[in-house]
Design a protein. Structure first.
Lengths: 217, 486
């Protein structure tokens, strides 16, 4: 090709004409590589590379874009939307408060103080904070006749609520009154209510204080 | 369309003749800017280890010299060289003459007047604060108008092509002809004409800088590599059927990658994340392009010894892979945390602009200019000096600056080390960079001397003429592709 070694530095020889480059490549563009043994690694390898780069690229983008929030400049920021209200599970006492205000508060009052001489108080009551066996029965089947609460006599009737309230509602409302207004007694489980409802069975008449005092001593 | 047909040969000579003066003017201006920009860059680099150097005059302080050097190199050398190469290759591959050379002259004048005013404006203290957009505002209109005249001929030449088929190099040239004005005009409007506010400004700036490198300079380098490998080796591109995929994937993702420059900046986090993801996706086209280019070269490395152009193209290909790897690495947050704001981030842009783009243009010039002028390069010693300094310079600066940047990053992250001590500790590496840039400048001077001997009407009289034999037809059957070509 060259007469002297320096000839190569003087000018460049072309190895192909422009026409033939275009024609050859136009054909090659449509042509996949020869499949030796009926299998070609390259197209599959490139496909794999494409898929994995898109896959990991998307994960990276989704993970570090932090909701595309214009105000977030730190990739470790919290991913929840600011101000989003997360539905927190209500405690049994909170659920019980609803039952209390709609049903019980009529007589026992929102303050749990009752009405002197008519309806006994729940706040500080030894009955409320005492055996859960008794108060579950009172709510389930009602109470009739004289009862002493916090040293004061009451003589009135409380309706049976076992038909109106489900076991869970009874447990919730009892848990509420046992933990509100300074009361400190353990919560009442729905299973306990269900057990007592089953044990007692049909109890057409309301309980009396005397009956109850024999139970759960 | 058999190229041994004498008509075709005559036509090719006609194309070269029509492109001769516009291309020579663009290349000539480019080389002058390359030297001037290189000298400014060297001064700026020297000032980092010898702070007193030229510090007395406000025009030569580091804050003005450094952006002036960058703009002179990018808009002076880079754009002019890309115009010269792009117009010639577009005419050749479209098999049509380059029309309206007179308009291209005027456009070249306007472009270079614009860049001159811009660089003087920066040195005179009228620069803006945006990277690669530092030139005073009035220059923008001159540049855009000049570009419109240049770009329109590139596109028209493609439009009136006499060929049935379109080759990979043309995709990149045609695309880049539209991407530059798009990037430049949008950046100008969003930063100066109707400026966006606050945090959006650095985002637009990063998008522009990344786009200019990734959608103008890299496509130019790829157009050169895709053309010169089969042209000189007489062998088709390996796995060419994958090239369209690489093209679309590359242009589709590069436009989103700019945000990766803003890692750690107080911008919405999704912008830098999107940039990182885009740089991650760019692995696909880089692998495909590397398969195309290195696959073509494989088995023919012996041909490198016979071709200066191929050797420059090889440096450019290696530069492309390294620059892409660096872009990818700098998108990784842990890595960016160490090396951001060090010599290593400078290295990323330098790899794209010099190691990938500029070397491709050198290779193209060594191929094109003897064909345009009908003369050979007078001094082979100067050619050897150019390729030698370029290869050595790229190697030394890449390895040296990568190591130095890593070290600098660790020192900067150590709160116990004083900032002054870090500068002191890096004096060796700043000096090292000055030596490397000086070495490259020597090669550029050798290039200029040879260019004057081949292109300047007065001084080229003593240069020997050269006749080119008609090139053979490209064979692409399996058997003939493995044979050597004379």
């Amino acid at each position: 090709m060259s007469s002297s070694p320096d000839k190569n530095y003087r000018f460049e020889q072309a190895g192909a004409s422009d026409d033939s480059i275009q024609q050859a490549h136009a054909q090659l563009q449509k042509q996949k590589p020869d499949k030796a043994n009926g299998y070609s690694f390259l197209p599959l390898g490139i496909l794999g590379l494409m898929c994995s780069s898109v896959f990991f690229g998307s994960i990276y983008l989704a993970h570090y874009s932090v909701r595309f929030d214009p105000l977030v400049t730190n990739e470790h920021a919290k991913r929840e939307k600011p101000g989003a209200v997360v539905a927190a599970a209500a405690t049994p006492a909170q659920l019980g408060k609803k039952v209390f205000t709609s049903i019980c508060a009529t007589c026992h009052q929102l303050t749990g103080q009752g009405v002197p001489g008519a309806f006994p108080p729940l706040a500080g009551s030894e009955w409320v904070q005492g055996s859960e066996e008794r108060i579950i029965r009172i709510v389930l089947h009602g109470l009739n006749g004289p009862i002493t609460v916090e040293g004061k006599e009451f003589n009135n009737a409380m309706a049976s609520l076992g038909g109106v309230l489900k076991d869970e509602q009874i447990a919730n409302v009892l848990t509420y009154v046992r933990q509100e207004w300074g009361n400190k007694a353990p919560e009442v489980k729905a299973e306990t209510v269900a057990r007592i409802r089953g044990e007692v069975g049909n109890h057409p008449a309301p309980w009396t204080a005397a009956e109850l005092l024999k139970i759960g001593q | 369309m058999n190229s041994t047909n004498p008509n075709d040969r005559a036509e090719q000579a006609e194309i070269d003749a029509s492109a001769k003066w516009p291309v020579l003017v663009f290349f000539g201006s480019a080389i002058l800017w390359l030297l001037l920009g290189g000298a400014l860059q060297l001064i700026a680099s020297i000032q980092l280890h010898t702070p007193d150097f030229l510090a007395a005059c406000p025009w030569t302080t580091h804050g003005r010299i450094a952006p002036a050097a960058q703009n002179a190199l990018v808009y002076g050398w880079g754009m002019n060289a890309a115009f010269a190469f792009g117009l010639w290759l577009m005419a050749r591959l479209s098999c049509t003459t380059l029309r309206h050379g007179g308009w291209l002259f005027i456009a070249a004048k306007f472009w270079n007047v614009g860049v001159t005013l811009g660089v003087l404006g920066i040195l005179g203290g009228y620069s803006t604060s945006f990277e690669l957009l530092e030139m005073p505002r009035f220059v923008t209109l001159i540049l855009l108008a000049a570009y419109a005249l240049i770009g329109v001929w590139g596109v028209t030449t493609f439009g009136i092509r006499n060929t049935e088929n379109v080759y990979a190099s043309q995709w990149y040239l045609f695309g880049a002809a539209f991407w530059f004005p798009w990037l430049y005009a949008i950046a100008q409007i969003m930063l100066f004409k109707a400026p966006v506010r606050g945090v959006l400004q650095p985002i637009v700036n990063a998008w522009f800088v990344h786009g200019l490198y990734g959608l103008w300079f890299i496509p130019m380098a790829l157009a050169a590599a895709y053309y010169f490998l089969p042209k000189i080796l007489g062998k088709p591109i390996a796995n060419y059927y994958l090239a369209p995929l690489a093209f679309w994937w590359l242009v589709g993702t590069t436009a989103f990658a700019g945000g990766s420059r803003l890692i750690g900046a107080p911008v919405p986090i999704w912008i830098s994340t999107l940039g990182g993801a885009a740089n991650f996706l760019l692995v696909v086209p880089v692998v495909v392009i590397a398969l195309n280019l290195f696959g073509t070269l494989s088995g023919r490395y012996g041909a490198l010894g016979n071709s200066v152009t191929l050797r420059f193209i090889l440096i450019s290909m290696v530069g492309f892979v390294l620059a892409s790897a660096m872009n990818f690495a700098l998108s990784i947050r842990g890595f960016a945390q160490v090396v951001q704001f060090t010599l290593l981030t400078d290295l990323r842009d330098w790899l794209i602009f010099y190691a990938c783009f500029s070397t491709a243009m050198f290779g193209a010039a060594y191929f094109i200019l003897p064909r345009l002028t009908g003369k050979e390069w007078r001094s082979s010693a100067l050619v050897k000096a150019h390729i030698g300094t370029a290869a050595l310079g790229v190697l030394l600066l890449t390895v040296g600056l990568a190591y130095a940047g890593w070290q600098q990053g660790h020192l900067l992250n150590d709160a116990a080390v004083k900032f002054g001590d870090i500068t002191q500790a890096l004096t060796f590496w700043f000096t090292f960079r000055s030596v490397g840039l000086g070495l490259l400048l020597v090669g550029h001077i050798a290039f200029l001397i040879n260019f004057v001997w081949i292109a300047c009407p007065f001084s080229s009289k003593g240069t020997a003429s050269v006749e080119f034999a008609p090139p053979p037809t490209l064979n692409f059957s399996k058997k003939s592709a493995t044979e050597g070509h004379a």
